[in-house]
Design a binder for this molecule. Sequence first.
Ligand SMILES: NC(=O)c1ccc[n+]([C@@H]2O[C@H](COP(=O)([O-])OP(=O)(O)OC[C@H]3O[C@@H](n4cnc5c(N)ncnc54)[C@H](O)[C@@H]3O)[C@@H](O)[C@H]2O)c1
Length: 258
Amino acid sequence: MSGRLASKVALVTGGGNGIGAAICKRFAEEGATVLVTDIDLESAQRVAAEISAAGGKAEARQQDVTDPDRWNSVLDAVVSDFGNLDVLVNNAGIGTIMPIEQETLEGWRRMQSVNMESVFLGTQAAIRVMKDHGGSIVNISSIEGIIGEPLVPAYNASKGGVRIFTKSAALHCAQEGYGIRVNSVHPGYIGTAMVADAIGTMPPEQALAFQQELLTRIPLGRLGEAVEIANTVLFLASDEASYMTGSELVVDGGYTAR
Ligand SMILES: NC(=O)c1ccc[n+]([C@@H]2O[C@H](COP(=O)([O-])OP(=O)(O)OC[C@H]3O[C@@H](n4cnc5c(N)ncnc54)[C@H](O)[C@@H]3O)[C@@H](O)[C@H]2O)c1
């Protein structure tokens, strides 16, 4: 198959829903063989089946990104089944609204584990299998990794960690001459279940006010679509971004431009 990712093998975590599912589909449209992994196997299987039905190549695997052993077994299986791994997208994540005075240590640790430690585990495991032939690692951070938001301190910390960790890993790979590029993507507010669920935890009047005010803060006047993030990730994953490493691409409808 021709395409911008022709003959590449890509693994996308949290690929069963939202932004991850859109990334899997765009990658497959551009010729990649896609490993759709998710803690929820059924959702990953659904996305892989949709890709196959559209003529693409995809398989689903169950993977909890917080499990270090699972990272090694999934990546070893990718290498033995498909020859190598060219692209890893660390996309899986969670988001909860919990101001600092209400946040618990347990909630804080869970957020850092799913959103940030997983990116360390995935990047480390991918470097092991990519370092002989090169590759591209794309870490999904957030605008919340660049600016503060009082409703989500644990999320802010996790995404800020992903941002600067990405630069550190990129510098290491460049220094070692591995041919592995590592970049981060920073979506603004995208219309997925994560945003809807988080807003849904607010009392109804607060949720309505938050949504109305949110749109006034987005210069383009609307939420983003998952495919608009997928297109950016596709660029970084492809050889078109061959001179980009350690960089951060913000895709937020202008939210952070003010
Ligand atoms: N939606 C937004 O506005 C937005 C903005 C900025 C950044 N992001 C980031 O984009 C990524 C995807 O978000 P989304 O909006 O598509 O969310 P989503 O909730 O729609 O999908 C997240 C997926 O991750 C999976 N997942 C959750 N925990 C997991 C775990 N431990 N192991 C493996 N899979 C797990 C879920 O099952 C789900 O399929 C996240 O990292 C999120 O923080 C989202």
